[in-house]
Design a protein around this ligand. Structure first.
Ligand code: NAP
Length: 257
C-alpha cells in the first residue's frame, strides 16, 4: 500500500534550479521514488555535469536537462513546450530556483530588490502558470513551491528575500484558490537553515553557526536530504487532499522563541 501511495514511477518532474543545492537533492529524492526528472539551471556546464551524474545513477532515459532563466517568460514558455514534446507530460513541478542578497534596507538599491523578488517569487508564478496550463488540460498535477523560514520570520539584512518568501506562501494559496478545483495540488516546503553553497558563508561564521544550533530545537543544521521525504510525499498520490499548505522543515525553529 505505502509503496503505491508514494511511488512516482513514470511521472515527469521538472525541478527548477536543480543543478546544485536543495533543487538537486529534491530531484534525487524524486528520482529515487521512480520519477523521470527534468533538471534546470542557468549555467549550462554545471547543469550538464549534474545531468551526467544523474544519468549514470538513474539511466539516460530517466533524466533530462534544460538550461533556461526562470524569470524570462518567453524562455520558460519555450522550455515547457519542448519538455512536453521531448520528455513527456509534466506531472510534478518544483519551483525551487532562488537567490539570496544580504544588504541592510537603507542601502538596498531598487534593482537589487527587484532582482531578488523576480527570481524568488515572480519566477514561481511564471513557471507555475506555464506548467499549470498543461496540467489543467490533463486534470492532474502537483506543484511544490520552495518557501523558507523567512516565510514566517524576518531577520535584518535580507528584506527582499523575506518579502519574496512571504509572497510564496500566498502565491501557493492563490494557485490553490484557482487551480485546486481543476485537479492540481499546490503546496510549499519551507526549509529551515540547510547546509548548501548558499549558506556556506553562514556556517563558516562561528557566531552565526552556534546561534543557529542554539536557536533550533533539533540542535543542528538541516541537510538537503532532510527535504527529500516531504518532497516525495507532496509529489505523490499520498498528498492528494493536501492543498495550499506550507510545510516547515526546520528542526522546529519556527515553533519556538
Ligand atoms: P543554491 O545552492 O544557490 O542553488 C541555486 C540554484 O538555482 C542553482 O541551480 C542555480 O543555477 C539556480 N538558479 C538561480 N537563479 C536562476 C534563474 N534565474 N533561472 C534558473 N535557475 C536559477 O541555492 P539553494 O540553497 O539550494 O536554494 C534553493 C532554494 O531553496 C531557493 O529558493 C532558496 O531560497 C531556498 N531555501 C534555501 C535554504 C538554505 O538554507 N539553503 C533555506 C530555505 C530555503 P546555476 O547553478 O546555473 O546558477
Amino acid at each position: 500500500m505505502a509503496s503505491t501511495l508514494f511511488d512516482l514511477t513514470g511521472r515527469i518532474a521538472l525541478v527548477t534550479g536543480s543543478s546544485r543545492g536543495i533543487g538537486r537533492v529534491t530531484a534525487e529524492a524524486l528520482a529515487d521514488a521512480g520519477a523521470t526528472v527534468v533538471l534546470n539551471g542557468l549555467k549550462p556546464e554545471r547543469l550538464e555535469n549534474t545531468r551526467a551524474e544523474f544519468a549514470a545513477k538513474y539511466g539516460e532515459g530517466n533524466v533530462a536537462a534544460y538550461a533556461f532563466d526562470v524569470t524570462d517568460g518567453d524562455a520558460v514558455a519555450t522550455a515547457v513546450t519542448a519538455i512536453e514534446a521531448e520528455v513527456g507530460p509534466i506531472r510534478i513541478l518544483v519551483n525551487n530556483a532562488g537567490i539570496q542578497y544580504r544588504v541592510p534596507m537603507l542601502e538596498l538599491a531598487i534593482e537589487d530588490w527587484n532582482r531578488v523578488i523576480t527570481t524568488n517569487l515572480t519566477s514561481a508564478f511564471i513557471v507555475g502558470r506555464e506548467v499549470a496550463r498543461v496540467m489543467i488540460e490533463r486534470g492532474r498535477g502537483k506543484i511544490i513551491n520552495i518557501a523558507s523560514v523567512q516565510t514566517d520570520l524576518a531577520r535584518p539584512g535580507i528584506a527582499p528575500y523575506t518579502a519574496s518568501k512571504g509572497g510564496i506562501r500566498n502565491l501557493t494559496r492563490a494557485m490553490t484558490a484557482e487551480w485546486a478545483g481543476k485537479g492540481l495540488q499546490i503546496n510549499a516546503i519551507a526549509p529551515g537553515y540547510i547546509h548548501t553553497e548558499m549558506t556556506q558563508n553562514l556556517i563558516d561564521d562561528e557566531a552565526f553557526n552556534s546561534w543557529i544550533i542554539g536557536r533550533t530545537p533539533a540542535a543542528r543544521w538541516g541537510t538537503p536530504a532532510d527535504l527529500g521525504g516531504p518532497a516525495v510525499w507532496l509529489a505523490s498520490d499520498g498528498s492528494d487532499y493536501v492543498n495550499g499548505q506550507v510545510i516547515f522543515i526546520d528542526g522546529g525553529m519556527t515553533v519556538v522563541v
